[in-house]
Ligand binder design. Structure first.
Ligand SMILES: Cc1cc2nc3c(=O)[nH]c(=O)nc-3n(C[C@H](O)[C@H](O)[C@H](O)COP(=O)(O)OP(=O)(O)OC[C@H]3O[C@@H](n4cnc5c(N)ncnc54)[C@H](O)[C@@H]3O)c2cc1C
Length: 475
């Protein structure tokens, strides 16, 4: 079907969308039922973080309020119109199956955030990004657990588990969820808490995209005055000849609850050439932070930019990764071990790819490491969430980054090669791939781990017609 790029606004008189311009069968059904702030745009998919395997819908409906999400899903269900919900647009998986007969329900404009009086809870809508939440929390003398990059939607990350720099102290994002308002696969609104429907809650907290569209949520918040809302962090640059030493030290370091660390192979901001950058994070003072990470810092870096910085800048180092557009078919694996020889192979593969394609000079190997003991034991070990990988220490991701589709085949081969180096030395009995970082070529057992069997059963109950089937579908 040929679709034109026509922007049609809902008005008091209903949507004036013609069948010839934009997925008309479906639009006729929702006509005049949506709020005036909801818009429909034909064909032009919203900007996404990666253009590789991006959905190609017949229409993008940008919703103005939560009720409209329910109406749109009900109409889509009645007409068997495939739909995909999009918030931050950062999902890079190749599991999308949306073409001109399908629609994207864009929830990114749902931006309300409100704190309770004593700042122990925050209620927010589905379009709220990590950056939105950080800024609101900062203004409210509060600290809310968010993920590492500003552009990611807080709920998008949370529904897959939600890794966070502070997860050793406050748990994964899912451990901070108190209740959600969602729309189910047939367009019915529900409020779900751990008590109201324990099975659905369990499924939502790790495989959420398969079970509902969450339009808003209530989440834990910590009252922390701005002056105390700080951490010690920053970039530490190493020489490539130190890779084995750095990797060994990272592998041997047991992270305490207040600690977190990343390591990158990426174009160095110092000279644009491939570099090795370590990023320690300590929820405390510089003095204690340096002691905790001494085994790595004592290797001797080229440059150490760490300092104590306020909560509203913790994510700043990740801002370059938030750049939309380009092709980034990424590959991941969960690691309990980091083996120096494997990482030398990864470095060699990284520099070879980087040097082979001038336009791929933002290609990055990113590895995030978290304190497993805290998330596995002290925070939430009662099995009330389906996130299966609380014992994984490090999440490694190979991100090829370029614009020309002619590089796709080489990028895919490169990403798979890097992943195989890691897989051979991951220290796990089964290969694991965190759903939010996975590529889409993995088995469902790799994605959902020990939760898979139960999730499949619940999928039959809560989504029997397989409508929520765009993000690592369980059926
Ligand atoms: C630059 C970057 C940094 C990242 N950093 C982190 C990190 O620190 N920690 C971490 O855990 N993950 C991180 N991720 C992964 C991220 O959590 C996932 O890509 C997540 O799915 C993105 O959600 P989104 O709404 O931003 O993107 P989208 O592409 O809009 O969403 C991805 C999928 O999630 C589902 N979804 C999103 N919102 C909802 C909702 N409200 N209800 C139901 N389903 C929904 C949809 O199926 C959608 O297709 C990062 C990704 C990128 C690109």
């Amino acid at each position: 079907m040929h679709v034109s790029r026509v922007l049609v606004s809902a008005s008091l008189f209903g949507l004036s969308l013609s069948a010839s311009s934009c997925n008309g069968k479906w639009a006729t059904l929702v006509q005049s039922t949506l709020s005036s702030s909801t818009t429909i745009q034909c064909a032009a998919a919203n900007q996404r973080w990666s253009d590789f395997a991006a959905p190609s819908p017949g229409a993008v409906v940008t919703v103005g309020n939560e009720n409209d999400v329910a109406k749109i899903i009900a109409a889509a269900s009645k007409t068997n119109t495939p739909f995909l919900v999009q918030s931050g647009g950062n999902g890079w998986a190749d599991t999308f199956n949306i073409s001109s007969t399908g629609i994207i329900i864009d929830i990114s404009q749902l931006k309300n955030i409100s704190f309770n009086k004593n700042k122990t809870q925050v209620t927010f809508q589905a379009g709220v990004t990590n950056e939105d939440m950080i800024n609101a929390a900062w203004d409210n003398n509060a600290r809310v657990s968010v993920s590492t990059c500003n552009c990611v939607s807080l709920l998008g990350a949370t529904l897959g588990g939600g890794l966070s720099r502070t997860q050793g102290t406050y748990g994964l994002n899912i451990d901070n969820l108190i209740s959600v308002n969602m729309v189910d696969a047939s367009g019915v609104k529900k409020t779900v808490t751990p008590k109201s429907d324990p099975q659905l809650w369990w499924a939502l907290t790790g495989a959420g995209a398969n079970f509902g569209v969450v339009t808003s949520a209530t989440y834990k918040s910590q009252p922390v005055p701005q002056a105390q809302n700080t951490a010690w962090t920053g970039l530490v640059f190493f020489n490539e000849s130190q890779i084995e030493e750095v990797i060994t030290a990272i592998d041997q370091l047991t992270l305490e609850p207040a600690m977190q660390m990343d390591i990158y192979f990426t174009a160095s901001p110092l000279d644009g050439k491939p570099g090795v950058i370590f990023l320690p994070f300590y929820l405390g003072s510089e003095e204690v932070g340096r002691q905790k990470f001494a085994s790595i810092l004592n290797i001797g870096s080229i440059l150490d930019t760490t300092e104590v910085i306020p909560y509203n800048t913790w994510n700043s180092a990740g801002d370059p990764f938030c750049t939309d557009g380009g092709r980034k078919p990424s590959y991941t694996i969960g690691l309990k071990k980091m083996e120096p020889t494997a990482w030398r192979n990864v470095w060699n593969a990284y520099t070879e790819f980087f040097n082979s394609y001038a336009e791929a000079n933002l290609t990055t190997i990113l590895t995030e490491c978290y304190p497993t003991a805290a998330t596995a034991k002290s925070v939430q070990s009662d099995g009330s969430t389906s996130y299966p990988f609380r014992d994984i220490k490090c999440y490694a991701i190979a991100i090829p980054w370029y614009t020309s589709p002619s590089i796709d085949a080489a990028a895919i081969a490169w990403g798979q090669q890097v992943r195989s180096y890691w897989a051979a030395s991951a220290g796990t009995s089964c290969t694991s791939s965190y759903v939010n970082f996975a590529h889409g070529d993995e088995s469902l057992a790799q994605i959902y781990g020990s939760s898979l069997g139960q999730l499949k059963q619940l999928k039959k109950k809560y989504d029997p017609y397989k409508r929520l089937n765009q993000w690592f579908p369980l059926s």
